[in-house]
Design a protein around this ligand. Sequence first.
Ligand code: DGT
Ligand code: CA
Ligand code: CA
Length: 586
Amino acid sequence: MINQEIAKIFHEIAQYLEMEDVVFKPQAYEKASLNLEILPDDVEEIYKKGGIAALEKISGIGKALAKKIEEYLKTGKIKTLKELKKKTPVNIEELTAVEGLGVKRIKILYKKLGIKNLNGLEKAAKKHKIASLSGFGEKTENNILDGIKFLKRSKGRFLLGEILPNVYKIINELKKVKEVEKISEAGSIRRRKETIGDVDILIASPKPKKVIEHFVSMSGVVRIWGKGSTKASVRFKKEFDADLRVVPEKSFGSALQYFTGSKEHNIVLRKIAINKGLKLSEYGLFRGAKRIAGKTEEEIYKKLGLQWIPPEMRENQSEIETAKAHQLPKLIKLNNIKGDLHCHSHWGARLRQGFGGQAGKGKQGIENLIKTALEMGYEYVGISDHTKFLAIEHGLNEKQLTQQRKFIDKLNSRFMFHDSCFRILQGCEANIMADGSIDIKDEALAKLDFVIAGVHSQLKMSKERMTERIIKAMKNPNVDIISHITGRVIQQRDESEMDFDKILKVAKETGTILEINAHPSRLDLKDINIRKAKKMGVKMIINTDAHQPEQMYFIEYGVSQARRGWAEKKDIVNCLPVEKLLKMLK
Ligand code: DGT
Ligand code: CA
Ligand code: CA
């Protein structure tokens, strides 16, 4: 809410004024901040209706503060705060996040030791400069160090793939609680963002207290940050935090809409409501005091004149305009996927260990990959081992590929014998060398059912060279698919630089398919690149790059990334049955 945004700024101004030993004024800002927090009406609306005079009527808001609110509504900021921060260059927000540190102590730390931020605080505490300050002592110093350690750990974001399986477990456990009527994940988890700050869960129940008791005493909860009558916040053993809200069923839809976000999406939605003379909040959609929607998200979007928008699209990236025009794409779904073409077996490693004819067996053997594909209801699976350049991955050479072909042919004939339509395709994930050539001879590539090519070495080169390198690979008539094109590893390695638009043009011309790699730390193509590819009419494939059969289940993350990129079934070639898929290849 805009009220909350202004309340936060007033609170910060109060803190900075306090640092300067100003009297009375901090209290005035603090009081105004609190009043804004609990104000039921939107200040933007109040201002629209009655101007600055109406703002002055809000309890705790005088002429000067009303002007500040007006400034924020008009410019999106309040200059005073910036000026105060310039005078006292202390990062109060960062420092107050340390447990046990308030403005009073921060003031002493700044005046006596010149501490401005977390870094300075940590250095001073480690040098035992804090314990000797009056009013601090040894114990406080240790608490500060603990607090810093804790903050550092919790600052990090998590990969969607690390968190989502845990969220499913939490939700399944809470579903068993009899007071729980409805439950859903919300926040970035529901939007399936590639990284997650904290987990948000929403429940509809007539007995919130009981639900909250269950939640905070769940297995895996190691710390309770806060617990109220309708919400709670905890830390789980795996070190992520989760916020729970419990609402009555009649506002489940509006609360789900609000807590799913994104914040930017919500801001635009709220404006649409205001323009229609309505008010949208987590409690419902209101005309005056009358609730006209709230139970489901669908009715809220509908009453706002919009199609229901899938959570993955709610990033204020033109989805609202598109929903208004009733032109939302019909997003791809997990069960549209008919097979996975990027699965690694340990064929090469087993050959090296001398297993010979037994190379297809074992935990990561081709047979096990097939078993998992069948479990997943797939119609085909593609075996695409690394090739000879990647010696550490026991990449296969031309001869070994031929040997593997024989094994795969034999398996296929066994399926045919049993009248099953399941097909095993043989491919490889060849390496794109620095000059854009492929590490396997063309005659050998031509014998495979499909060829994936990817960059696995020299990821750092100039934008021009990298672009040319990939373009040359795409022009190879045997290369059907380019894997994980930017080479990024989320939170570990940046994307390689390249001219993506130019690459898309050549992909379109040559009929090369771009992979959406579903591995949780790759998700490459990322959402905006998927949208660009779709716009250009470049075909994509969602592959897992599984190095173990279980990893074939990563496909879910690839599908959600594709949805975030607005992809439809027709954009993704592994939604096709095998014959049609094979026709899409070069
Ligand atoms: P995260 O946790 O950083 O991965 O991202 P979110 O989107 O889950 O953010 P979080 O957990 O802070 O808040 C959950 C949702 O609640 C957010 O997506 C939208 C809503 N929300 C939170 N704060 C605000 C706010 O100040 N204004 C508006 N309009 N919505 C908010
Ligand atoms: Ca969140
Ligand atoms: Ca949250």
